[in-house]
Design a protein around this ligand. Sequence first.
Ligand SMILES: [Zn+2]
Length: 71
Amino acid sequence: MAEPAKATKPCPICGKPSVEKYRPFCSKRCADVDLNRWLSGSYVIPASADPEPDEDDEVPTHSRDPEDDNI
Ligand SMILES: [Zn+2]
């Protein structure tokens, strides 16, 4: 009995085996973390460094302060 027969994906937040009740997460806490990530607009994992490929196909935003033109 090493692994469960079910093909459950690990929790995308912490990597633990997901629980059916909170799929695809392992707990409500991780589900909340994912929800907050979407709500806050920044898909960032604060706790663990996830080696996901970062594909930024969007136009790079200029970090220009608009207040500089208002002087
Ligand atoms: Zn988790």
